[in-house]
Ligand binder design. Structure first.
Ligand SMILES: [Zn+2]
Length: 141
């Protein structure tokens, strides 16, 4: 099943959707797991969290971090049935068909692949603020 460039063009026009990027941890995870594993995870999340006619906590079922697929869901507007309806023309209040689930998984993997092809995001730096008399010269004594 094809994911149209048109979808990504439309998503690119949404400042909200554009904000989502893989963090370093999710990027490394995506690279280390590889596509077949990510595809399995995506299929499982979609089946559990999106496919039922009325998913539990619909609209809040997708965490903002913790797995590349979650980020991809927000970035591609496949995070809940409301967004699937608005962006992908998939009607609410009926179970997703196998074909619709496969489509969502394809969209998610297409987004992750695009992200993975970009340079790795910088690792988060934890730095302690310098203390007041943190004069490097004092360390010489
Ligand atoms: Zn949503």
């Amino acid at each position: 099943m094809n994911v149209s460039d048109d979808l990504f063009t439309r998503l690119a026009r949404s400042p909200f959707r554009q904000r989502f990027r893989l963090g370093r941890a999710e990027y490394d995870y995506a690279v280390s797991k590889g596509e077949p594993v990510l595809r399995q995870h995506a299929a499982a999340f979609v089946a559990q969290r999106l496919a039922p006619a009325q998913p539990e906590n619909d609209g809040k079922q997708t965490p903002m971090r913790g797995h590349p697929v979650f980020i991809a869901q927000h970035a591609t507007a496949t995070c809940c049935r409301g967004c699937l309806s608005k962006w992908h023309n998939i009607g609410q209040f009926q179970p997703l068909s196998a074909e619709q689930q496969a489509y969502v998984v394809t969209v998610l993997l297409a987004w992750i692949t695009r992200q993975r092809d970009q340079p790795a995001p910088p690792a988060r730096v934890t730095r302690t603020p310098p203390e007041k008399d943190d004069d490097p010269q004092l360390a010489l004594w």
